[in-house]
Design a protein around this ligand. Structure first.
Ligand SMILES: Cc1cc2nc3c(=O)[nH]c(=O)nc-3n(C[C@H](O)[C@H](O)[C@H](O)COP(=O)(O)OP(=O)(O)OC[C@H]3O[C@@H](n4cnc5c(N)ncnc54)[C@H](O)[C@@H]3O)c2cc1C
Length: 381
């Protein structure tokens, strides 16, 4: 069978790998000039390994997905720790006992923090949106300090307009555990995501990759028996029910030489870095960006330079990258109409983040691509 696969991100490349190893022929196209989709990483002019489309922190609880990917990469273990910067200082984040001490300006115990929470949390038994979920956990002061402004900037929506899951997924802890993420396995591919996905492609027989190639051009050029589509579902259907809403981002990069970094040492507390952590959130309403990422903290690259990236949330239109589906009930309802059309297509399989209009992490889309390929292999056996 001949498969045409649109998108050379995790979804498309994993699908091509499984299908081609089952004896099928795969043609992959991507309109971008590189593979790896939003997980693409590369060395910038300063020689620093950067994540081109925002920081990608690999983590998973799935041994099966980890085993699959580990055939193509070694791992560089990372403790993903971040900070928040607001009211003129750095704070521990996600909220934990250290954050509470920073708030009250003196040492405290878990019992003290629990007593604070019991006194300040709002009594909302069944939180229905992102505002209610945080107010019900920690109360107004911590909600306003870390969540309200950040969410308004990120989504251009008030937390009360967003699903409870958006802010609800950020852990709140009363101990000193300040890890950003909760998954069991947390590490970056030792040589980056691009190298990992290049290795997957190299292990895919009868597979060709065509970059700078849009689906519109490819659908005629590459005859196929079945299509695997990992692009935006509304675009596939010509936006016949209107465009689905997305949020876009603007990344502003700035590189520093070793000499420029050293004077900043008193700020960062570490030499060779610009800021004290891999990621610093800026929840204040007056700062136009949401975070500054200095990925060198996580990659462990040994280099006398560093690059920071300021991330500015941006309105989406069709000339921009659709980074995030919008997690509101209205958007979910609009997607359902397209999902019904997709359901009726017998010769196209829709997988990945854009084709299912859902924010998925890399391990989740890997799992989705593995499952969809197994189904297709059985169907076309
Ligand atoms: C800012 C940001 C931060 C993230 N951080 C994390 C993180 O920390 N950890 C994590 O696990 N995940 C993270 N993710 C999610 C991660 O990027 C996705 O899980 C993953 O990239 C999804 O892979 P995919 O192949 O489904 O989609 P994509 O990576 O988006 O790949 C789809 C590809 O299809 C191509 N394409 C689309 N339409 C067409 C068309 N019509 N013709 C030709 N080509 C087309 C696109 O150019 C793209 O290369 C983050 C995402 C963003 C945006």
């Amino acid at each position: 069978m001949k498969f045409l696969i649109v998108g050379a991100g995790f979804s498309g490349l994993v699908a091509a790998h499984r299908l081609s190893n089952a004896g099928h022929t795969c043609t992959i196209v991507d309109r971008r000039p590189h593979l790896a989709g939003n997980a693409h990483d590369s060395h910038d002019k300063a020689g620093v390994l950067i994540h081109n489309y925002g920081p990608h922190y690999f983590r998973t609880n799935s041994q099966r997905i980890l085993d699959y990917l580990s055939a193509f990469t070694e791992w560089h273990p990372v403790d993903y720790t971040i900070k928040s910067h607001t009211e003129g200082k750095y704070w521990s984040f996600p909220i934990n006992l250290n954050t509470f001490e920073e708030l009250i300006g003196k040492p405290a115990t878990t019992a003290d923090f629990e007593a604070y929470i019991a006194k300040h949390r709002h009594n909302i038994p069944d939180p229905k949106n992102s505002e209610e979920v945080i107010l019900s956990q920690v109360g107004t002061r911590l909600y306003e300090l870390f969540f309200e402004g950040y969410t308004l900037k990120q989504w251009k929506l008030h937390p009360r307009e967003l699903d409870a899951s958006v802010c609800g997924r950020i852990p709140i802890r009363t101990n000193r555990d300040d890890r950003y993420l909760a998954e069991e396995f947390q590490a970056l591919p030792k040589h980056g995501y691009t190298a990992l996905l290049e290795n997957i492609l190299a292990d895919s027989p009868n597979t060709s990759l065509h970059l700078n190639t849009d689906f519109n051009e490819a659908r005629e050029k590459f005859p196929h028996d079945h299509l695997v589509f990992t692009g935006a579902i509304d675009e596939y259907f010509g936006r016949k029910y209107g465009a689905l809403p997305y949020r876009s981002l603007r990344f502003v990069h700035e590189s520093f030489t070793a000499e420029q970094l050293i004077p900043r040492e008193p700020i960062s507390g570490k030499s060779g870095f610009w800021q004290p952590a891999m990621q610093v959130n800026y929840p204040g309403k007056k700062v136009p960006y949401t975070r500054i990422v200095e990925i060198k903290h996580a990659t462990g690259q040994q280099i006398d330079a560093s690059t920071i990236v300021r991330e500015f949330p941006d309105d989406w239109d069709t000339s921009k990258e659709p980074y995030y589906p919008i997690p509101t009930p209205d958007a979910a309802a609009a997607y359902k109409k397209y999902a019904a059309l997709a359901e009726a297509e017998t010769n196209t399989t829709f997988i990945g983040r854009l084709a299912t209009y859902r924010y998925y992490n890399m391990d989740q889309v890997t799992g989705m691509a593995l499952a969809a390929s197994e189904k297709l292999i059985k169907r076309f056996a």
